[in-house]
Design a protein around this ligand. Structure first.
Ligand code: ZN
Length: 122
């Protein structure tokens, strides 16, 4: 399978590839290593709803024109069972992701490694 190789103990590259089926994947090492640290802290598998996006897919899902998802710097994570979105968001902030967005209605948290100081949105 395309991109089916191990990056860290708990993540494979294909988990980050664009969901449109184009096979595109960019991934910044700073993102995957922080996700691995988060995985150790949470102790259960993390499901990546959206990782890298090609431009067409980013537009199709209504992403921002300069979305960090197109730069291999962002991932949307399903909230693990047993945690509230707020609890999971706090963990993501503590782990040092520089962008953290909580989406309680949809049950996921966006994390990214944007340059600059940490920001939380929603
Ligand atoms: Zn795509």
């Amino acid at each position: 399978m395309t991109n089916d190789f191990v990056l860290t103990e708990h993540f494979r590259l294909r988990e980050f590839q664009c969901k449109c089926g184009c096979g595109t994947v960019k991934l910044d090492p700073s993102l995957v290593w922080r996700l691995q640290a988060l995985r150790y802290k949470v102790g259960v598998p993390l499901v990546i709803n959206s990782g890298d996006r090609c431009q067409a897919h980013n537009q199709a899902v209504g992403g921002a024109d300069n979305s960090f998802h197109m730069q291999g710097l962002a991932a949307d994570l399903a909230c693990p069972k047993g945690l509230t979105v707020e609890q999971f968001t706090q963990m993501c902030l503590e782990l040092g992701f520089t962008g953290v967005g909580a989406y309680p209605d949809q049950g996921f948290v966006h994390v990214d490694m944007r340059p600059g100081p940490q920001v939380r949105f929603q």
